[in-house]
Design a protein around this ligand. Structure first.
Ligand code: GLN
Length: 283
């Protein structure tokens, strides 16, 4: 007699007792293999699994117990209300990055014919979300990583916006191949070397290091980005960046001392009350 859904969810949650949210993780992994939502799982709790299903759940549970993030196990993560494909070639979308989208919405009405760029697009969440929310927008999505761009393209196709985004492989600290942009967004690497040394195993062992780390003060990419973004923006165009919680002053200093030509610097906080987003306008 095989295990029931209820029994395997319990078994899986017990095995995951030492990782975050054991029950939720168990429900997600079991649900993934069975093609059932958490609600459907509870309705089907007496259903008996076959050995192939039980084996798949066992494998996913062991990988999760070893620290592999749920988003990589499932191959997706939600951002701004919709699912995005993720692979270990891209950073897992973080909820705080949604504040960049909110900052854009606060400055441009959704009917705007925006010309935008997303620098270091990764899985494409920002470019694809902007294209979804602004039906008349066209944009560029840049990344150094070819495999990351493949994921971003896949997400753009899945959300029906691939005709309005040009995907370009390149390093935004060297060149940004667009001009006259109304809006540039970026969630660049901004973790300091010291912070990275203390990162959880879940981050350090699985997520792409080059998407996170940015030199001793975490600002190497911002230093390279600001002059390129300034050149790519139209006068009055807007730059919105995600930053680390103690970097607002550092970014402001770089803007005013090393890269003149911006104005209207504003910092906003995330839900945890940490500085998270900076806004500036090309003078
Ligand atoms: N918020 C992310 C983290 O701390 C960092 C994201 C980034 O470097 N862009 O894991």
């Amino acid at each position: 007699m095989g295990l029931t859904v209820q029994a395997i969810v319990r078994e899986c949650a017990t095995r995951l007792a030492d990782v975050d949210s054991p029950l939720l993780s168990a429900q997600l992994l079991v649900g993934e293999v069975l093609g059932l939502s958490p609600l459907a799982l509870s309705l089907e709790r007496d259903m008996v699994l076959d050995t192939v299903q039980a084996g798949k759940i066992h494998d996913l549970t062991e990988r999760r117990a070893a620290g592999e993030p749920v988003a990589y196990l499932l191959g997706r993560r939600e951002f701004y209300g919709v699912d995005f494909a993720v692979t270990p070639d891209v950073l897992i979308p973080r909820p705080e990055t949604e504040h960049l989208v909110e900052a854009a919405l606060a400055h441009f009405p959704v009917e705007a014919s925006l010309r935008f760029a997303d620098l270091g697009t990764g899985s494409g969440i920002l470019a694809v979300t902007l294209a979804r929310l602004y039906p008349l927008a066209v944009g560029f999505a840049l990344d150094r990583s070819g495999p990351a761009l493949d994921v971003a393209r896949r997400n753009a196709r899945a959300h029906g916006v691939d005709q309005r985004i040009a995907f370009v492989q390149g390093d935004f600290t060297e060149s940004v191949p667009c001009h006259g942009c109304d809006l540039i967004v970026a969630n660049p690497p901004y973790v300091t070397e010291a912070e990275y040394a203390k990162a959880s195993r879940e981050v350090a062992a699985y997520e792409p290091r080059e998407a996170l780390i940015s030199g001793p003060d975490g600002l190497d990419h911002v230093r390279g980005l600001l002059p390129k973004a300034r050149n790519a923006l139209r006068q009055g165009g807007v730059l919105i960046l995600e930053i680390g919680c103690s970097q607002a002053e550092g970014v402001k200093f770089i803007m005013s001392s090393e890269c003149p030509g911006f104005k209207d610097f504003v910092v906003t906080k995330d839900l945890a009350g940490h500085d998270r987003v900076v806004f500036m306008r090309r003078a």
